[in-house]
Design a protein around this ligand. Structure first.
Ligand code: ADP
Length: 252
């Protein structure tokens, strides 16, 4: 068996007396699409922040391709940020209003010192996310929420990451646009062999986008497995409760 792309072991994070995350382990293979689900407060965002090296665990480790990952200077994390990118939750606040779209999408290329023709890469990315290449010369406010989320995805893909970690990447979008962006993520993942780790409270999104699911409850991992199997026959009452809240997903 080859080493997993991403491996977390025993991640624990406490905030005062609250244990936000309690001894959670996971692995993700290249190209795999893992959803993290759970009720509000179950530790999903805490897990995503730890996996992105935005926060330090009280116990446990994160490794990418066997190399330890921990928060540090942008320079010490450059190798990691080239390979693991994120898509923000709210596209309305994730762009500097005074920076043209082309410069914003190219920002990671500059910050991460990626070589090559940045404007050509930006044009290619804009097309890949379903926008016109001339979007590069426009300003963020000229785009709708869904288009801005496409721009955020283009920006995340700029350095050709192997993994996207996204905490509720479509929850700020209205329902129709949400599906379009989910489809886009699924297509990009399949086309580029890009692995995804997506936090979502929306099990419809999970079913469309992911092949494996991890269920958190009170900071602990209570169930994990293929989406089809877990959704058809949940082993944990927490999973059953989450599924009950989405009638359209109830097994036929
Ligand atoms: P979820 O993303 O599943 O809603 P979170 O990871 O945001 O859950 O939160 C898990 C628990 O940790 C909650 O009880 C939350 O109140 C607590 N928590 C999260 N972040 C902080 C923080 N910065 N300070 C204090 N408590 C926090």
């Amino acid at each position: 068996m080859t080493a997993p792309l991403l491996e977390a072991r025993g991640l624990t994070r406490r905030y005062g007396r609250t244990t936000a995350l309690d001894d959670v382990s996971l692995t993700l293979a290249a190209g795999e699409r893992l959803a993290v689900v759970g009720e509000s407060g179950s530790g999903k965002s805490t897990l995503a922040r730890l996996l992105l090296a935005l926060d330090t665990p009280d116990a446990g480790t994160v490794a990418l391709d066997g190399r330890a990952v921990r928060p540090g200077s942008s320079r010490s994390l450059r190798w990691f940020r080239r390979r693991v990118q994120t898509v923000p939750q709210d596209p309305s606040r994730s762009f500097n209003p005074r920076m043209r779209v082309g410069a914003a999408v190219a920002e990671p290329l500059a910050c991460l010192q990626v070589h090559g023709d940045h404007s050509a890469r930006v044009a290619e990315l804009l097309v890949a996310v379903g926008l016109e290449p001339d979007a590069a010369t426009r300003w963020p406010h000229e785009f709708s929420g869904g288009q801005r989320q496409r721009l955020a995805i283009a920006r995340a893909l700029a350095p050709r990451p192997e993994l996207l970690i996204a905490d509720e990447p479509v929850s700020a979008l209205d329902v129709v646009v949400r599906l379009q962006v989910v489809d886009l993520l699924a297509e990009l993942s399949a086309a580029e062999g890009l692995a995804l780790l997506v936090v979502s409270h929306d099990l419809g999104v999970v079913q469309h986008l992911c092949n494996r699911v991890l269920v958190l409850d009170g900071g602990r991992a209570v169930e994990e497995g293929p989406v089809d199997r877990v959704f058809a026959a949940p082993a944990s009452p927490v999973t059953a409760r989450l599924l009950d809240a989405v009638p359209t997903l109830a097994p036929a």
